[in-house]
Design a binder for this molecule. Structure first.
Ligand code: ADP
Length: 652
């Protein structure tokens, strides 16, 4: 699930709109880092030119110094090897004595190596910092964007896919920017420079030396065509294998208790074997590639050696004309070899480019994902005076085809407590998520002190509406960090105060490091009740104007619940509070109770009034208080229908 094959791309729809993602990448991110880019490119060119110096100087030295038969001066030999130079240009530069020329040659060769190293370093610095800066910027931007996406985006189980965009895709882009582009420039400079040198030195022999180029191009193209679908198979089988392993490790306790170890071992064996097969298939193709290339490169070498060798030995063979010196022959042989391999690498670079392009399409796809909840550019900060909250004819559904909340009308005067009661799935949490503007209402409106939620800024709203949820998430960090989460400027004293008010102080001081105990996945495990009390402490510290308690006390034992209730009473005393509780005893003193069923308010009033009405609330109360054993049959039937529907939903 978290390793999608590239084929099922969650951002497919957006992707088509992201045309030319690579151009966009450079326009949006390359510009800021253009200095590194320019430095990297220039250094790359210089480094390559310096790399070519030793073999060229070797060729010149052979003809001018070691091969008496050539009878050439140093300047003449140089001009013959590099026809861009003329002997006149070298006047006064080349020493007159043979000895001096010999040391000049050594000096130039040394310069080629040492100067080359310095420029290779500069090139790597330029390219690496270019790639690193861009990957960092992109990752942070993508994360920031993702964080602002609507909850429904996350609800579609896309966390795995997003994780894969944030890590795999960004990394792949980095790899291309770093290795791919780097190699591309390096190889282009090499290929162009070598081709120019060979052709200007002796175009006829250059044609012979380059016979393998079309062969190599064809061979590489063929290889990429063959290997690509095989790599796709490998990736998809890795995905399947990882999903299986993840799933099994997550469900290890079920495997053990159901005694299905052998069954699961077989299943893992199967997916691992599929991966093995896919991989082996790709390996089979891959290991043929380099030996094949060697054969083609060998053909070039042998041909050049044959023609060039005959030429040096006994003048131009067959249709060839002109002269060829020994030194030139040596330069030919060395440079041809340096020419062949880059040609083969272009294929890999094209491959890398294509993958990087797909990755940046995915990244921009995510960045372009529209937010359904858009903040009005003219929005003002929410100004809570009384804390009066009004739901006016609110209707909402997560999907277009199913209404979850229908025609909800509630007015909660400032400072009052409204309790929401009803069976699971009735829409209680949804009603409250709308108040936090996790979703926008489809019809009607919600106002706080007369201000429509859609007209105020989202941060100002969420700052003033505190939320204590049923599943409390603990972040990596200490207990104190977790209490102060969202109120980062809180001092230690107020953190402890808040913990005391939430009846959490005592258990915290019993933890190994007290308030400094690490929690979260890597830290100590807290019980559900403990986490809830931390969450309440968090809300107390935040001191919001309006408070939402979503089954805040569902996870604790009766005794703790009573303690928490006491602190909650303080917390809720003079602020507008919305409370969902399964245990009706905790909300019986609420100023208003609304009973939801199937997204509609079916009863409303205070505890005593609702009991007197003898409806759903009275029945629920009766069951909880142990006064009646059973709910009416009609209610059970409705609940069964409802749970069978939600059950089917959660299964997929
Ligand atoms: P309650 O809090 O009363 O148990 P909820 O508000 O959590 O009810 O859920 C009401 C209905 O909305 C349920 O049928 C549930 O399956 C559905 N629902 C809840 N959250 C989502 C979501 N993110 N996407 C789609 N449907 C959802």
């Amino acid at each position: 699930m978290s390793h999608p094959a590239e084929e099922d791309d969650p951002f497919e729809d957006v992707r088509e709109e992201t045309d030319n993602p690579m151009r966009r990448l450079f326009a949006e991110y390359g510009r800021e880092n253009s200095l590194q880019f320019v430095v990297g490119t220039l250094a790359s060119v210089v480094a390559r030119v310096l790399d070519l110096m030793p073999p060229l100087v070797l060729g010149v030295a052979i003809d001018a110094l070691f091969n008496e038969g050539a009878n050439l001066t140093f300047a003449e030999a140089a001009a013959q090897t590099l026809p861009l130079l003329t002997p006149a240009m070298l006047d006064g530069v080349v020493p007159a004595t043979r000895e001096g020329q010999f040391y000049l040659a050594i000096g130039l060769i040394a310069l080629g190596f040492f100067g080359g190293s310095a420029f290779h370093w500069t090139r790597n610095w330029g390219w690496n910092s270019f790639a690193q800066n861009i990957q960092h910027d992109i990752r942070v931007d993508t994360y920031n964007k993702m964080q602002r996406l609507n909850m429904d985006f996350f609800a579609d189980k896309q966390t795995g896919e997003m994780m894969s965009v944030l890590s795999n895709d960004v990394n792949r882009l980095e790899r291309f920017l770093n290795d791919g582009m780097n190699s591309f420039f390096r190889l282009s400079v090499m290929v162009v420079a070598i081709a120019v040198i060979l052709f200007t030195m002796n175009w006829q022999l250059a044609l012979v030396a380059l016979v393998p180029v079309p062969l190599i191009t064809f061979f590489t193209w063929k290889f990429i065509k063959t290997i690509q679908p095989k790599y796709a198979d490998v990736r998809s089988s890795v995905g399947q294998m990882n999903s299986r392993l993840e799933n099994n490790l997550g469900g290890i306790s079920v495997i053990k208790t159901s005694n299905t170890e052998d069954f699961e071992s077989d299943r893992v064996d199967d997916v691992s074997m599929e991966y093995f097969d896919a991989n082996w298939d790709a390996i089979g193709t891959r290991i043929k590639f380099f030996p094949g290339l060697r054969v083609i490169a060998g053909i070039g070498f042998v041909l050049t050696f044959l023609v060039g060798g005959l030429w040096v030995l006994s003048g131009p063979p067959g249709p060839f004309t002109g002269s060829l010196e020994l030194g030139q022959f040596v330069v030919f042989i060395t440079l041809t070899q340096r020419f062949i391999w880059p040609m083969a690498q272009f294929g890999q670079i094209i491959n890398m480019y294509q993958r990087a392009r797909a990755s940046s399409a995915r990244i921009f796809g995510l960045m372009d994902e529209p937010s359904r909840i858009a903040e009005d550019p003219d929005a003002d900060a929410l100004d809570v005076t009384d804390g009066e909250v009004v739901y006016d004819d609110v209707t909402f559904g997560y999907d277009d085809d199913e209404t979850i909340v229908e025609d909800v009308n509630v007015t909660v005067p400032g400072g009052d407590t409204l309790a929401l009661v009803g069976p699971t799935g009735a829409g209680k949490s949804t009603v409250l998520k709308l108040l936090l503007r996790m979703y926008d209402v489809d019809e009607g409106s919600i106002t706080i002190d007369g201000q429509d939620l859609r007209d105020v800024t989202i941060p100002s709203l969420r700052r003033q509406v505190g939320y204590v949820s049923q599943d409390t998430f603990m972040f990596y960090g200490t207990v104190a960090d977790n209490i102060a989460y969202g109120t980062f400027d809180a001092d230690e004293e107020s953190v402890v105060e808040a913990a005391k008010a939430a009846e959490a102080h005592e258990f915290i001081t019993n933890l190994p490091d007290g308030y400094d105990t690490e929690v979260g996945e890597r830290g100590v495990k807290l019980s559900g009740g403990q986490r809830q009390r931390l969450s309440i402490a968090r809300a107390i510290l935040k001191d919001p104007e309006i408070l939402i308690l979503d089954e805040a006390t569902s996870d604790v034992d009766t005794e703790t619940e009573m303690l928490i209730q006491r602190s909650l009473d303080d917390l809720t005393a003079d602020r507008t509070t919305f409370s969902i509780a399964h245990r009706l005893s905790t909300i019986k003193d609420a100023d208003q109770i609304v009973v939801l069923e199937g997204g509609r308010i079916v009863e409303r009033g205070q505890h005593d009034e609702l009991l007197a009405e003898d409806g759903l609330y009275a029945h629920l109360w009766g069951v909880q208080a142990g006064e009646i054993d059973e709910l009416p049959q009609e209610f059970i039937e409705r609940a069964t229908r409802r749970t069978s529907r939600t059950g089917a939903e959660s299964d997929d």
